[in-house]
Design a protein around this ligand. Sequence first.
Ligand code: SF4
Length: 464
Amino acid sequence: MELSEFEKKIIEEGNIADEAARNLFPGGQLIDVVGMNAVPITKEILATKPDILFQAAFSYNEFFVQVDILRWNDEQTGWELYEVKATNAVKRTIPHHHVNDLAFQKIVLEKTGLKIVKAGVIHLNGEYRQKGALDYTELFVIADLTKEVRKAEQGVGDQMVDIQTYMAMDEEKNCECLYRGRNAQCTTFHYSNPKVPAYSVHDINCIGGSKNIFFDWIDRGIYALEDIDNPEALKGAKKSQYQAYMAGKPLVDTASIKKILGDLVFPLQFFDYEGYSSAIPRFDGFGAYEQVPFQYSLHTLHEDGTLEHKEYLVTDPERDLTRPLVERMRKDFDDEGTVISWYKSYESQRNDKLAELHPDHAEFLTGLNARMFDLMTIFSKNYYVDARFKGSASIKNILPVIVPTLTYKALGIQKGDQAVERWEKMIDEHTSQTEKDEMARDLLEYCALDTMAMVEIYRFLKKV
Ligand code: SF4
């Protein structure tokens, strides 16, 4: 299976955070080999009694681990085991994977003869904001989970036995996500669950939260919506989606749509940011995973039907990369009229952050938030339900159904995660100018389509 850009980014962020956390342990030795070949190398190095090891590898039966950080504790004559998690907080509840991952590693290491005296998670400090060079001692938090890990060991040991039994089976069984909604599943779901149709009960809006009804269907082998024999149990958005699916046509609340659109004030300003985030902060004023707005598109629709387009892209980020962006926004926005976005909390939170960074523009930015309307509301509140949205109010699901002629398919960038990856490459000093120019064109085209999509969805709803 090919990993999605999003999945690749998660893995990459984890690796970057892992490398950065090594700065907390000066003098550590890195085992720069991945996989089983690292096991004999680890053995050799351990014989030399090192103080700190990065990526030490161990295997026991079917189990293999490569430990982020191991540190020798002289006082307790044993090893401290650390797992780096590229998250802003630690979870101490069992069986959360922050605890269970450590318990699994501890079990494998102890089976190979190491004594583990301490186990902890090293995670990012959500409060940290970059200012100049990174301060690793401030950026990371070391959380001691020794007690929790000891408690989790029995359960994890049992799971390891289960895994051995599972691996020894002739045929693979359905994976656990058969009992989870579509949003919780990874790209391999259809491989592990071939009997589930492409449009299934898993696609019903937030079905993972309605465990009683959902689990009952799965237990009885009800996967297709046509096979549901108790539709009266469905309420709200779930019921609307089911009805639209069975009717084969959209459910439309025209009165509510007319009322909402009638309250909007011209000129209508369709606005969208693209934002970059990383586990290790790269720009002053921003912290781990904080969204850095690097681009916007603005389509302004006047009452007489004329449409204007404005856009801005940060191509050469300096330390204060957002000031020129805000200054351009001040010129591009009209002082009056409704600002329209999709999932407005994203745009309004970026505006709040920019207001915090640039207090001289705070009034303008909070003013934008005060006149912002979320076009997604019409879909998230089920005023227009088409079963082909698959229970989602994402613009990427709505647009191809409502305005199939307007498509991302022909663009160099088709999704938000690709835009982030492309911007990161574009600002890289090793990228050639020709490539940078091409990436800038792709980014501008992509973001412009996001706001144009809103314009067309608005026009479609007006006709409805
Ligand atoms: S769908 Fe993916 S994440 Fe979910 S249980 Fe299956 S393999 Fe795991």
